[in-house]
Design a protein around this ligand. Structure first.
Ligand SMILES: *[C@@H]1O[C@H](CO)[C@@H](O)[C@H](O)[C@H]1NC(C)=O
Ligand SMILES: *[C@@H]1O[C@H](CO)[C@@H](O)[C@H](O)[C@H]1NC(C)=O
Ligand SMILES: *[C@@H]1O[C@H](CO)[C@@H](O)[C@H](O)[C@H]1NC(C)=O
Ligand SMILES: *[C@@H]1O[C@H](CO)[C@@H](O)[C@H](O)[C@H]1NC(C)=O
Length: 428
């Protein structure tokens, strides 16, 4: 009987963890540092690279902040894409306040950083080695073998237990190759698209002249949503050769934003509509955003398309692939169905609000090209969420990104387990 009681208690704890797991908007690093001019450069780069948006969607984070002089040195070392990765490496996905830093078990620990979640790193590059040396000096180094202790902890700036800790460090953490990231200046948009499996889209933007429009927007900010080649062959995609050249240009412009909006920043826009490069008036040719866990989808009013992968990211230019061609309602409003029969088209939505949008028409979901291998050696994190694994797809390695939906599924599963245990208990 005692064992049964213990089991029940355990299940209750797991259920509570599952219920509390959903992703949140717990903090705003920009606001925390706003009143501190000595960190204004770091704060500015966090906004420009949109790493701030990546942080603000995490529940448990420690930010290692650089004072202005150290940040200026970092910024001079490479393109913004590299600075972005360096800032991610300074963002630890665990809570470390001064007390914890000075009481590390065994005097050292490995911890995961935001860089690891991008999937663009190999080996131990996404991890940081924290060491508490004799005399209480805490240092941070890359977990890549042979790394020197680059950064020293200097002071605590802000502690919001156990969600956000903001600490000042003396210097950036680096590993060989960190500053080799691709830069817009050295990149060829068409070649990048072709290599990412978006040959049709690359051909269309080159032949229609839209590529020039994209290229002239790269200075101020550009986000391109490139459908992969499968997407153009999917059922329900209109015959593009029947479009007038003006309509084709509009359709292609609809696949870009005149702003730098990487995936984490798209997540922040879930409540509104975003203007595209095709938007010629308020509320025209805009997109809605739907977020489910780590998945972000774009909602046009005619169809929905998942954002599959990031091909290129060098602020203020960002290239993402999507699973379906984005069909603006202004060009492809579904004809009112003559009879409520099973036609291939979705019913006509009348409201542009994302919530009122019907599910996508049967455009085929192409398998994601998935250039996001997870680096294997995850060090033991004290993640208290046994609820994270079953409902998640690949590409989501952080339990804090748990979606409400996944939490609910897990909750349902646990209720079933609980009932089974009760039944078992009554048999015993
Ligand atoms: C900290 O995170 C928890 C969820 O883990 C959330 O409920 C709480 O509101 C957060 N606290 C603060 C101060 O942001
Ligand atoms: C975070 O704070 C900054 C500065 O106060 C503000 O401009 C920004 O809108 C805030 N972000 C969010 C997501 O609330
Ligand atoms: C962690 O960093 C410390 C201090 O630089 C170093 O002595 C130690 O070897 C590092 N540990 C590993 C496993 O790299
Ligand atoms: C960019 O790449 C495309 C396709 O690979 C090639 O045809 C074009 O010449 C390249 N442009 C530049 C400026 O290198």
């Amino acid at each position: 009987m005692a064992r049964r009681g213990w089991l029940l208690a355990w299940v209750v704890v797991v259920v509570m963890v599952a219920v509390n797991a959903p992703g949140g908007d717990a903090h705003n690093i920009t606001a925390v540092l706003e009143g501190s001019p000595e960190y204004s450069l770091y704060n500015d780069y966090m906004t420009r690279t949109k790493v701030a948006d990546e942080i603000n969607t995490r529940e448990t984070v420690t930010c290692l902040v650089l004072p202005n002089a150290a940040m200026a040195t970092l910024a001079s070392k490479g393109p913004l894409a590299a600075v972005k990765n360096a800032l991610r490496l300074l963002t630890l996905l665990d809570y470390f306040d001064p007390t914890k830093l000075h009481n590390l078990p065994g005097g050292a620990t490995f911890t995961t950083t935001l860089l690891q979640t991008t999937g663009s790193v190999t080996g131990n590059q996404g991890f940081v080695n924290i060491t508490n040396a004799r005399g209480g000096k805490v240092t941070f180094s890359s977990a890549v073998a042979g790394s020197k202790p680059d950064a020293t902890y200097t002071k605590s700036i802000k502690e919001i237990p156990y969600n956000l800790s903001v600490l000042e460090v003396s210097a950036p953490i680096v590993f060989p190759g960190l500053f080799d990231a691709a830069s817009t200046a050295r990149s060829n948009l068409t070649a990048l698209l072709e290599n990412a499996g978006c040959k049709t889209f690359a051909f269309l933007i080159s032949s229609s002249g839209v590529l020039q429009m994209f290229q002239s927007a790269t200075g101020k900010g550009l986000t391109v949503f490139a459908p992969n080649d499968e997407a153009f062959k999917a059922r329900g995609v209109p015959d593009l050769s029947k479009l007038s050249s003006a309509a084709l240009v509009t359709l292609l412009q609809y696949h870009a934003l005149p702003s730098y909006t990487p995936k984490a920043s798209l997540k922040m826009q879930a409540s509104g509509r975003i203007a595209t490069m095709a938007s010629n008036a308020a509320g025209k040719y805009d997109l809605g955003v739907k977020v489910q866990g780590d998945d972000v989808s774009l909602v046009t009013g005619v169809d929905t398309s998942r954002v599959a992968s990031t091909v290129f990211d060098d602020a203020p230019v960002c290239l993402l692939t999507v699973d379906s061609v984005l069909l603006p309602i202004e060009l492809f409003a579904p004809a009112p169905a003559p009879a409520p029969g099973p036609s291939g088209k979705a019913p006509s939505p009348t409201s542009p609000a994302p919530t009122a949008t019907p599910p996508a028409p049967p455009t085929k979901k192409a398998p994601a090209p998935s250039p996001m291998p997870l680096s294997p050696p995850a060090p033991p994190m004290d993640a208290p969420a046994p609820a994270s694994s079953p409902a998640e797809g690949p590409g989501n390695e952080n339990p804090a990104d748990e979606s409400m939906a996944a939490g609910t599924t897990i909750l349902g599963t646990l209720v079933v387990i609980l009932s089974a245990l009760c039944a078992l208990g009554s048999i015993l």
